[in-house]
Design a protein around this ligand. Structure first.
Ligand code: RB5
Length: 149
């Protein structure tokens, strides 16, 4: 079954977004990707783009979101305001794996001004190929969900 992804960036993540989208589009049997912008390196406000992706995840319109800004931090702060979203800026493979196994991360935030395209794509692959472990970790996520309600 294809993984449905929704992706967006601000100007700080635009160049890296192009690389990530191009990687995802070279694997059309595995990934379906919806690119919600931005469309250039002209300055925009990251919360506008984070909100669009986070809302799609919250509404279960896509399996995972990817958000890219300069550091991934502003995108993660914004996306985490939306119900059901678990977002974090990820800059290494160990955290990418743990964020799926333990935290069931559903919005991957990347740092366009830190990561090389190759390292970002490795992080995306690890994120997409790692399953949530459930069990004791689900109990902890349930406690986080309670905070939203
Ligand atoms: C934009 O200059 C920059 O602040 C943004 O891309 C991001 O890094 C915010 O967290």
């Amino acid at each position: 079954m294809k993984i449905n992804l929704v992706i967006a960036s601000d100007h700080g993540g635009y160049a890296l977004k192009k690389e990530v989208v191009s990687f995802l589009k070279t694997n059309p049997d595995l990934y379906q990707v919806d690119d919600l912008g931005c469309d250039s390196e002209n300055s925009v406000d990251y919360p506008d783009f984070a909100l669009q992706v986070a809302q799609k995840i919250s509404d279960k319109k896509a399996d995972y979101g990817i958000l890219i800004c300069g550091t991934g931090v502003g995108m993660a702060i914004t996306a985490n305001k939306i119900k059901g979203v678990r977002a974090s800026s990820i800059i290494d493979l160990y955290t990418a794996r743990m964020a799926r196994e333990h935290n069931n991360l559903n919005v991957l935030c990347l740092a366009g001004r830190i990561l090389t395209p190759a390292s970002a794509i490795e992080i995306v692959k690890t994120f997409l190929n790692t399953s949530f472990a459930g069990g004791r970790h689900q109990k902890r996520l349930d406690k986080i969900t309670k905070l939203e309600n």
